[in-house]
Design a binder for this molecule. Structure first.
Ligand code: ZN
Length: 449
């Protein structure tokens, strides 16, 4: 991912500050020293990032920190149990198995559970867990149990760890986040914390396909929320997600004419060749970077090697910072579709419903500042940034609900067999999420509309 303004990763020159935080704990001693260094680090990070002043550290809750540390073995054990269940989007059995592990644990926290049928066929039920309190804030926490990996992936590469990382299909996108969410609720339960109006935990089953099974449900839950906390992974080194691109997929379908490739190929109209021309004509957009990108991801044509292909199909995955950019891409594809190289071929352009972008906005920045203040109390620096991956937070911002994303453990290599979760981020992120829920329960933000 290319750099975005406010994205601090290449500036890891500052990384030394983060290194001082957790690693330097034994070296430097004293919370005050660490809070001071963290605020120094934060100020330096913010000075470089050219954004608002570093938030004042919130004093560490030593009791909660100890509870978060004590929760770690159980947290990793549950993570292993979930990772070792294949639950690719549409895996009904996998979805049921994951739910069977989570439901009793959520019920044990006094939560009411609703299994909401998906809004599209072939998807497991979504899980909605609710808890009522005595305070003000209505917090919606969102995670997803589906992964991009097919059945049999776990058998090939089950959950494993080394000194620094945990590995396995969906270990951080997003089973690490779902486990962190459940443990934050567990720590709140064990602390008897009730100073919120309601906490709703949605664990959905089709995020990796743009939530076709959950869009209406998410809309209903957002209507009754003051803030949305999204458990997608944190980006390295320790980054919260405060903007996201929107995503859409375009389909290019070419219709030609089949013919015998040996006897009378001249009577055929090669759809595959025309598709190649279309793709080349459409190849005018950036493929990487923090702005609009368009990438060819799927292509198919032909049924048999002795037939001129009658049909050809391709998909282009588009990521945008602003909604209107999707229309701009569509206009280019449709203009090119009218100009064919192979006579008598027809080209049709269509697009799947999109995830809107999560634009940079002050409500999200304000939530991020709360999280950074909590982290600073631990002597840690927490940066903000964005990425091209879509999530439900965009729907929250669209509905006028302040949203913060990338709250799960830090990791990388998503959607590949290189996916990992950074073990050292597990406890600080759990602590941060738990305190953030406490803070939002007591002092909910105003909705944007
Ligand atoms: Zn995800």
């Amino acid at each position: 991912m290319a750099l975005a303004s406010g994205d601090l990763r290449p500036r890891r020159a500052c990384g030394s500050i983060a290194a001082v935080g957790p690693l330097g704990r034994d070296l430097l001693g004293g919370d005050v020293m660490r809070a001071w260094i963290a605020s120094l680090g934060m100020a330096a990070l913010f000075a470089i990032g050219g954004t608002q002043a570093a938030p004042k550290p919130i004093a560490k809750d030593a009791k909660l920190w100890a509870a978060a540390q004590a929760a770690r073995p159980g947290q990793l054990k549950l993570l292993q149990a979930l990772v070792d269940i294949d639950s690719g989007t549409g895996d009904m059995e996998g979805g049921r198995k994951v739910a069977a592990v989570l439901i009793p644990r959520l019920k044990a926290l006094g939560m009411s559970i609703e299994a909401v049928p998906a809004e599209a066929p072939g998807l497991p039920d979504n899980l909605v867990a609710r808890l009522s309190g005595t305070g003000k804030g209505r917090i919606l926490m969102i995670g997803h149990m589906d992964t991009v990996f097919g059945p049999g992936t776990v058998a090939k590469r089950p959950y494993r760890t080394d000194a620094e990382k945990a590995y396995g299909p969906g270990v951080d996108d997003e089973k690490g986040g779902v486990v962190e969410g459940l443990y934050a609720l567990t720590l709140l339960h064990d602390a008897g914390f009730k100073d919120f109006k309601q906490i709703t935990f949605l664990i959905e089953t089709s995020e990796e396909r743009g939530s076709p099974g959950t869009q209406k449900l998410i809309g209903r839950l957002l209507a009754d929320a003051d803030a949305e906390l999204n458990l997608e992974p944190g980006d390295p080194p320790d980054v919260l997600t405060v903007w996201r691109k929107g995503s859409s997929t375009f389909h290019i379908d070419v219709k030609g004419l089949a013919a015998h490739a040996g006897v009378d190929p001249q009577d055929g109209r090669n759809a595959a060749l025309e598709l190649i021309h279309q793709i080349q004509a459409d190849d005018v957009f950036p493929k990487s970077g923090d702005g609009l990108t368009a990438n060819l991801t799927i292509m198919s044509a032909g049924t048999r090697n002795n037939i001129i292909p009658e049909d050809a199909h391709a998909q282009i995955n588009v990521r945008v910072r602003e909604r209107k950019q999707v229309d701009e891409v569509q206009a280019v594809l449709e203009k090119n579709a009218k100009v064919t190289q192979i006579p008598d071929t027809q080209v049709a352009i269509s697009r799947e419903p999109a995830y809107p972008p999560l634009p940079s906005n002050s409500a999200t920045d304000a939530l991020a500042a709360r999280a950074q203040a909590i982290y600073a109390g631990l002597g840690l620096g927490l940066a903000t940034g964005g990425n091209g991956g879509a999530s439900e937070s965009a729907l929250a911002a669209d509905a006028g609900v302040p949203a913060l994303d990338g709250l799960g453990p830090v990791g990388g290599g998503f959607h590949s067999d290189k996916e990992y979760l950074e073990l050292k981020s597990v406890t600080p992120r759990l602590y941060m999420l738990t305190r953030l829920i406490e803070d939002l329960g007591r002092n909910p933000p105003a909705r944007m509309r």
